[in-house]
Design a protein around this ligand. Structure first.
Ligand code: MUC
Ligand code: MG
Length: 368
């Protein structure tokens, strides 16, 4: 079996409401659909979410690197040779979500061609995972209303609260309002997307001490290495590295230099192949892992749950798998559903999703 074609299709879907956070905002999903087709007609798909404020990639850059740089490596290759393909792509620096999407599409082909779900091929630890919902910036009342809605409608009891505003007390008060409304049993944690420096972040971690929060994600820029190390040592909350660890080497560096005490794994940026290595590293070192959300579409979330549910260590914490509900539409035929606070990993061959061709045709920006 050989890869015959590689497509990177830009498409756009509006968000039901904007999602605001310290490093940026999303009002529409300008994503790229990767479709890889083999000579015997097997099709692998994946969703790529370009995040310029996180990795510097744009919709145009993702399309360009996949069609101009990665496609020549892929066409004619055996899709089972994913490590060889990954080594080829690694010669191009950066471009994390473009590489992640290609890797997921290859796994999709592998699963479809052997008739097994990728969830099962990766190890099939548990059929479903608990879901955590990410709440963006808004007034305290709106944030509480959103969390209560997700609890009532979908049974979600874990929430990641976007923080990183100035003055910081706005966010401390938002967390307090959420804790009061949701009660002691809800899991709450914060993500500042580098909005503060280490000193401000330490003040926030201390000010939140009575609120029973679980984690503090990317409170400051990990490049501010001494401040960040001091924060990890002195913070009463575990510090999660997210955008500071877009690759295995970054995870190793941050854990080794004391820049983080827990890790967010996002299949959107490390696919399944590199995510597996990161997971093994963290498990071996006794480091907590959270399956994170790159503000993924439904197709992107299919990849996250496929991976997260496949291993014990990635399914302990609630996985961030609900923001696709804020997208105006989705382009796959098998809707993901959250109920009783959990989401099931697809069991159909591959990643378990197929394209709704009519919707792709309606939303693609490079109309054929
Ligand atoms: C997150 O966890 O940070 C916001 C920016 C981004 O790249 O991902 C989201 C969520
Ligand atoms: Mg984050």
């Amino acid at each position: 079996m050989k890869i015959q074609s590689v497509e990177a299709i830009p498409y756009e879907i509006g968000m039901r409401k904007p999602l605001l956070f310290a490093s940026g905002q999303m009002t529409k999903a300008d994503h790229v659909l990767v479709r890889i087709t083999t000579d015997d007609g097997v099709v692998g798909i994946a969703d790529v979410p370009p995040r310029p404020y996180t990795y510097g990639e744009t919709q145009d850059s993702v399309v360009a690197v996949i069609t101009k740089v990665f496609s020549p490596l892929l066409v004619g290759a055996d899709p089972f040779d994913r490590n060889k393909i990954a080594a080829g792509m690694a010669r191009t620096v950066g471009n994390f979500t473009a590489k992640g999407g290609v890797d997921i599409a290859l796994w999709d082909i592998i699963g479809k061609s052997v008739g097994k779900s990728v969830h099962s091929l990766l190890g099939g630890y548990t059929p479903s995972v608990r879901v955590s919902h990410m709440v963006g910036f808004a007034s305290n009342e709106e944030m509480v209303e959103e969390a209560l809605k997700y609890r009532e409608t979908y049974g979600i009891t874990a929430f990641k609260v976007k923080v990183g505003r100035r003055p910081a007390r706005i966010d401390v008060e938002a967390c307090a309002a959420l804790r009061e409304a949701l009660g002691e049993d809800a899991e709450l944690y914060m993500d500042a997307n580098r909005g503060w420096n280490a000193e401000e972040a330490l003040g926030v971690a201390r000010a939140c001490e009575g609120l029973n929060l679980l984690y503090f994600e990317e409170p400051c820029d990990a490049h501010e290495i001494l401040g960040r190390r001091r924060l990890v040592q002195e913070s009463p909350l575990a510090i999660v590295a997210d955008e500071s660890v877009p690759s295995l080497g970054d995870v190793a560096r941050e854990l080794h230099t004391g820049g983080a005490s827990a890790i967010s794994i996002k299949t959107a940026r490390t696919g399944f192949t590199e995510s597996q290595k990161i997971l093994g590293l963290c498990e071996g070192m006794g480091v907590d892992v959270i399956m994170g959300n790159q503000i993924d579409s439904m197709l992107g979330s299919v990849a996250t749950v496929t991976f997260g549910a496949a291993f014990k260590h990635s399914s302990i914490r609630a996985a961030e798998l609900s923001n696709f509900m804020e997208f105006g539409d989705f382009i796959i035929n098998e809707p993901l559903e959250i109920s009783n606070g959990v989401i099931a990993a697809p069991t159909a061959p591959g990643i378990g999703a197929t394209l709704d061709e009519d919707k792709l045709a309606a939303y693609r920006l490079d109309k054929e």
